[in-house]
Design a protein around this ligand. Structure first.
Ligand SMILES: NC(=O)C1=CN([C@@H]2O[C@H](COP(=O)(O)OP(=O)(O)OC[C@H]3O[C@@H](n4cnc5c(N)ncnc54)[C@H](O)[C@@H]3O)[C@@H](O)[C@H]2O)[C@@H](O)CC1
Ligand SMILES: [K+]
Length: 462
């Protein structure tokens, strides 16, 4: 699957301007957007009576086109508006709508409710006079569909500027926008449809889609299939989860270095008690994971130092991040291989206390500053690379918020990193496999269940 691009409001406007400069008038783009949305609405919701709320900008213009299309198809359509059209394209879309237009304060509810008030041009929270009827009409509808974005959502940051109801479907144009995937806005979107309107959407930011993976060739041997070393510290159960996950994520050889909780460890994991320095000198090691259950004492620091000195590709998580946050982050910039850092929000705040802005902007900044691939975890995990590429995951099941699931992700990414020269690709693929394993594991999952589901998740990628 080719991951779809994500464009900010400004980037989308620039792409639209380019299409217009190349000879496609805005009116044509709006006509395409409205027609595509009308088709998606009918496919999703059928032909029930509908109310379309139209705003003053081109999002409202799309709404008038949708109204005309649905009416042409015989549907019972009503339109209510906030203000008069402010652009020529929206004005001509309104002029082509032959039905009545009520003020929003007078609008009568309908079972199908379509929000074409504001899209990428929203500048501030909706006025109180609009929010009241907007939410009331939403609550009275059976199906709620947003055009481009739910009104009240900031396009680029995932912020909700004023109260937004939850939608069943969001139909966007040309490309995804950051808020379709960034929380908290993302959870209001419902299903996402991206309609092609003939605007070329190019971006260095993409959604995280299903990766394409290869079965091992008959000529491979276990070391070439990926040799991942996991360092175990004070809480060996966490490192054991990483090690088992690395094996089930396809590594050919996994060595757990340090004392480990044997009871829950697959026999296939090679256990090496004692000091890691000598073992890590093995040039066959493709990736070293350190952090899960590491602790923060003297031994933990020694293990982390050994990992940093090993000059192997690193995956750094949990306690390793907390130790690095004590002013040691610059050590990573000197590493031969690009390291992967996997902080959750708490660890991120310790590592980068002065970062502000959207999660996407922050992760990109962290990647630039450290020279590392950043996996900024959460319901809306963002992966960012120092070269400016980034990717955002679709919301993973909230059941993932439980002990040990991060340790599993670290092991998966270490396994994938051990066979590739692309830490960014390994991180994105790892995040996808982790989320998919959670879906397959179902409600009330525990971290160990994810490991059991990894082979099935991988099977979908072959
Ligand atoms: N990007 C593209 O290629 C295309 C975009 N189209 C549509 O155009 C939309 C963007 O159009 P616009 O830039 O006109 O933006 P919007 O339609 O989102 O709204 C902008 C208008 O709303 C006003 N406004 C902003 N925030 C407000 C608030 N809180 N309360 C009251 N008024 C407010 C602004 O002053 C402006 O008049 C997209 O979301 C999409 O739906 C489509 O028409 C087709 C092509
Ligand atoms: K909208």
């Amino acid at each position: 699957m080719i991951p779809r691009p994500i464009l900010t409001a400004d980037q989308m406007r620039a792409a639209e301007a380019k299409a217009v400069a190349a000879g496609t008038p805005v009116e044509t783009l709006m006509e395409r957007a409205g027609a595509a949305a009308a088709t998606a609405i009918r496919l999703h919701a059928g032909t029930m009576p509908c109310l379309i709320l139209c705003g003053p900008g081109n999002n409202g213009g799309d709404g008038y086109v949708i109204a005309r299309k649905l009416q042409e198809w015989g549907m019972d359509v009503r339109v209510a508006a906030v203000g008069e059209p402010q652009s020529a394209a929206a004005a001509s879309a309104k002029a082509a709508w032959t039905g009545a237009v009520d003020p929003i304060s007078n609008a009568k509810h309908a079972p199908l409710w379509i929000d074409a008030l504001f899209g990428t041009g929203l500048r501030r929270p909706l006025d109180e006079t609009i929010v009241g009827p907007f939410l009331k009409l939403a609550s009275e509808a059976r199906v709620r569909i947003a055009i481009d974005l739910p009104s009240g959502v900031a396009t680029d940051t995932g912020q909700i500027l004023s109260t937004v109801p939850s939608f069943h479907l969001t139909i966007t144009f040309g490309s995804l926008k950051p808020s379709h995937l960034l929380m908290p806005a993302a959870q209001q979107m419902g299903r996402l449809v991206v309609a092609d309107i003939g605007v070329e959407a190019l971006s260095s930011v993409h959604e995280i889609g299903r990766p394409s993976m290869d079965s091992p060739s008959p000529l491979e041997h276990k070391y070439r299939r990926g040799y991942a070393a996991i360092l175990a510290g004070d809480m060996p159960g966490a490192a054991a989860l990483s090690a088992a996950a690395a094996l089930h994520a396809g590594a050919g050889y996994v060595r757990l270095i340090g004392e480990a909780a044997g009871a829950f460890l697959p026999n296939a994991v090679v256990r090496t008690p004692g000091d890691p320095v000598e073992v890590l000198a093995d040039p066959r090691i493709g990736a070293v994971a350190v952090g899960p259950g590491l602790g923060r004492g003297e031994r933990a620091r020694h293990l982390l130092d050994a990992a940093l000195a090993s000059n192997r590709p690193l995956v750094l998580d949990a306690d390793a991040l907390s130790i690095l946050a004590e002013g040691k982050l610059s050590r990573l910039c000197k590493a031969t291989h690009r390291s992967i850092l996997t902080p959750h929000a708490g660890e991120y705040a310790k590592l980068f206390p002065d970062h502000e802005g959207s999660k996407l902007d922050q992760a990109l900044r962290a990647a630039r500053e450290t020279g590392c691939v950043i996996v900024y975890k959460g319901a809306d995990t963002v992966v960012a690379c120092p070269d400016g590429r980034a990717a955002i995951a679709h919301a993973a099941p909230a059941w993932l918020a439980s002990a040990g699931t991060g340790d599993v992700l670290t092991g998966i990414i270490a396994a994938l990193r051990s066979t590739t020269t692309s830490p960014f690709g390994a991180a994105c693929a790892g995040v996808w496999l982790h989320g998919r394993a959670a879906e397959l594991a179902g409600p009330a999952l525990i971290a160990d269940d994810l490991i059991d589901q990894l082979p099935a998740a991988i099977a979908e990628c072959l």
